[in-house]
Design a protein around this ligand. Sequence first.
Ligand code: FAD
Ligand code: NAI
Length: 511
Amino acid sequence: RSFLQNLGRVTLAGVIVSGGTFYYVTQRDRHPGLQLPHDDSKKTIAILGSGWGASSLLKGLDTEEWNVVVISPRNYFLFTPLLPSVAVGTLDSRSIIQSTRYITRHKKRAVKVIEAEAQDIDPVAKTITLSDHSPIVGATSTSTINYDYLVYAVGAETQTFGIPGVKEHACFMKELGDAEKFQGQLMDCVETAAFPGQSEEEIDRLLHMVVVGGGPTGIELSGEIHDFLEDDLKSWYPELAERIKITLIEALPSVLPMFSKQLIDYTESTFKDAKIDIKTKTMVKEVKDKSVIVESNGQRHELPMGLLVWAGGNTLRPLTKKLMSYFPSTQTNRRGLSVDNHLRLLVPSTSPDPTGSSSIFALGDCTASSYAPTAQVASQQGAYLARLFGQMAKREKALSRLSELAKADVADPVKDEERKKEIDVIEKQLARAEQQRPFHYSHQGSLAYIGSEKAIADLPFGSGNLATGGVATYLFWRSAYLSTLFSLRNRTLVASDWLKTKIFGRDVSRE
Ligand code: FAD
Ligand code: NAI
């Protein structure tokens, strides 16, 4: 009995201590200490964007030596890999976002966060013109700010190739609002199909979901729609569910060209089992209100549909094109901004940049490089830039100390000897700092969810590649993303959403 009593006391003490620690850690995270104020003697880094590249930079940046301003039309970081799960309600939208102010509140020096869109950049005057395009706009909604260094991380927008009707009639899958809009429209199609007196033909049209683009976005979304259908719609709408059809349209001969051949085959056979119709070598030519025109083998067909999602890849934002136009001789790549191996924008040697080298850095999806436009690349580039700015801060500190020492008039020969030694040490440090290491990308593998509780993964293994697919890979996919989520809050919310979906199913209400 006394053993049980002691065990009870130890367990109780354990629960109190871990609960207290959890409470302390979360409260400390919510209310960090005071921050250093803006300092006019420090240089200013302006960061455009709050996505993967910008947030990774912000996370790693030591702001003690810099004034930092973040400008982005959305005041949060979005964990894009789980966006398709939000589109069908597996996850709640708030679970995969983290406020940018949460990151900046934990910095040594206060960081200014401005919810606005950069409209123009003047690389000579080193200014950014920005404006507020949110629904609520105050008396002042445009402004101009100065920068010493600019980090350009505005990502990309969805490529539509100017195909008629895409912008007007399709849903996209890039931003949180896109996933929320898709969820509402999907349920609207189902409820409209259930409307009394709807003709058989109209029911089939309304229940035909078309996904355009066999890249990872289109594949993951198709898999998620299939899960929603199997796990939930079949029980809530038994009379309609069997008629729901998912079609994936891809212009190329196969889906997922970036994955190994065996994983492409595995995905195609999983989709076949799941009754997701893959139409490869089929090009969308026009999207209408209630149908889509496709071309395959030189023949045009019209497919009636209720809802179409466009996942046709990336293209440059207008602001990126504008920035490139300032440097027509060096910015000639139509895929994006050209940068050197330290992520500095390539500018002509005659550029009127007073520092002699570009003060603009660019990273992520807005750049054209040998890397795929992925979160992995953007976040590693952000972390690299944080280290680079750390080295630059050290260099600036060393230079100012050097000029102090050079000016110092020391009469005492012993002290003068010490001064010379310090100059020597600093000069060596500076010489080392000049040799900044270039950015090096370390590929951690490619992962994608394909529905039916299966995922595929191409993982670097030794000097080769390990291609794996199935339920075990799905568990790996879940744990990999759970651990890369931004914060403890995100991890807790996503894990509890998965549990909630398992127990209660997805919500079929239309907001
Ligand atoms: P983004 O993360 O897109 O951030 C751009 C930021 O710039 C945003 O905050 C935006 O609001 C802001 N911005 C836009 N215009 C302006 C302006 N004018 N002024 C200031 N700010 C502006 N990659 C993976 O590696 N693994 C995955 O599993 C994966 N899954 C994905 C799933 C989906 C559905 C999508 C759409 C993408 C996925 N990706 C994945 C790709 C990944 O999301 C991108 O490569 C990554 O977001 C690029 O980061 P970025 O910082 O360049 O741009
Ligand atoms: P993508 O560029 O990878 O794929 C777009 C597809 O749409 C292409 O295969 C293209 O042939 C097809 N397409 C374009 N126009 C078409 C038309 N008119 N008719 C038919 N098909 C057409 O784009 P996606 O999937 O949005 O991915 C963008 C980037 O984000 C990629 O680099 C990808 O690697 C990354 N990403 C990675 C994920 C992962 O690792 N799990 C998930 C989602 C995106």
